[in-house]
Design a protein around this ligand. Sequence first.
Ligand code: 5AD
Ligand code: SF4
Length: 486
Amino acid sequence: MNLGRAVHFLKLLRTECPGGLGSAARTGPVWRGREQCDANHDILGVVMATDKTFYLETFGCQMNAHDSEKVIGTLQHEGYRQVETEEDAGLILYNTCSIRDKAEQKVFNRLNDYKKLHKAGKRFAVLGCVAQQEGEKIFERAPYVSLVSGSASYRKLPDMLIRLEAGETRITGLDDRQTEETFETEFTSRQNPYRGYITIIEGCDKFCAYCVVPYTRGKERSRTSTSVLAEARSIADQGYTEIQLLGQNVNSYRDPEGKRSFAELLAAVGEVGGIRRVRFTTSHPRDFTRDIVEVIDQVPTLCDHVHLPVQSGSARVLKLMAREYTPEWYLERISWIKAARRPISISTDIIVGFPGETQDDFIRTMDLLAQVEFDCVYGFKYSARPNTPSLTMIDSISEADKSARLQVLLDRQREIQRINYAKHLGQIMEVMVEGANPARGQIVGRSSQNKPVNFTCGQPILPAPGSYMQVKIIGTHPNSLVGENV
Ligand code: 5AD
Ligand code: SF4
């Protein structure tokens, strides 16, 4: 593994949440803040980046982080060189997220911060979900942006780059959401030193009432299992031992060649030589079949973890959300997972304060929380999103009530996790090293169940990201385990 890349990635670890498509991972050089930039650089004095250099920053989920790896690879293939700061770059790209809050406003604020760099001859591109959502409006609000493209159009990036170099200023990739094609490229520039991402299914056809993804990422489309397996083999050849299969609804995967079900694909990826860990996210309860649990039981390389967003414990709210399952349906899948021979850890996403959610609905969510005893919960306050059906529902829950419900949920979950994590005390587990925390003298890693493990290690040389250690658990917290290498 390239050392520079590993060091760069360690910087990212500080901002990355464990798992979950909604986690706020930020890839790209760490944001240094405007004050610091102005103090250290006279913008007019910055050396003009005349060669083909780019700076790319990613907001949002692992899908976005991996899209960026493909965009970076494409740019490099077109002769561009990646740099660490906006100041050093000729082309500045933001790969954006619009899942919650006022994400689009944050992107505009950010663009505004760097407006003066445009005068220094730099070009700007907005990619991803905000690009798709706001479209050409971005040119009106930020006229110095030259390229706006949603993820469904990334296949056309080489062509868009040629037009950019020819001096065009309003290039768009916005009309491909009905495409049947996926963005497959041999030029992926993998930025994560220990985990190889593979997108197996793009887009989403589920249209949950609150969610912007079907409008930003387009129609659901799967890659052939042949091409997924070829990529898995190539990742293994590059030295990766962990693969994470990605999709908004990864288990809605349908092989266009009809060769393999999702569970069969999991097994096949798990059997690729050199691969020791396979993860997949995010699963949708609607398409969660029993053979997924069976295959985890059968194939040792598949990790002991399923991320299965429930969103609410109330049948009424689930119906309003158009999730197309009931709490009973969800709990049946949980019972399959819990009945597995392996100790499969379960995590989830929950939205509080969906329009019309009553105190009684919320109590049902709390009951479900107690019943399942998740190992990790990503809790979100509902936020109205453009184009979504729930935008027209009356957002009747006050911000204060949403915050209060979220706090109650997270406090309860913390207690559940305190008990769950304490059960690991004294166990010896295999941990994959992700980095180090020099201030604490600890190695940072993750168990098969996706639990963060911070441990000490007697060796004089720190283990490299991607290596595996046997760790004895000597302390537990609600969100992490503490151990020592044995
Ligand atoms: N408001 C709040 N949370 C949302 N999510 C998706 N859309 C919204 C929204 N409009 C959450 C869901 C999803 C996770 C990725 O983000 O819980 O599973
Ligand atoms: Fe990922 Fe886009 Fe969804 Fe954000 S809105 S979590 S970037 S798919």
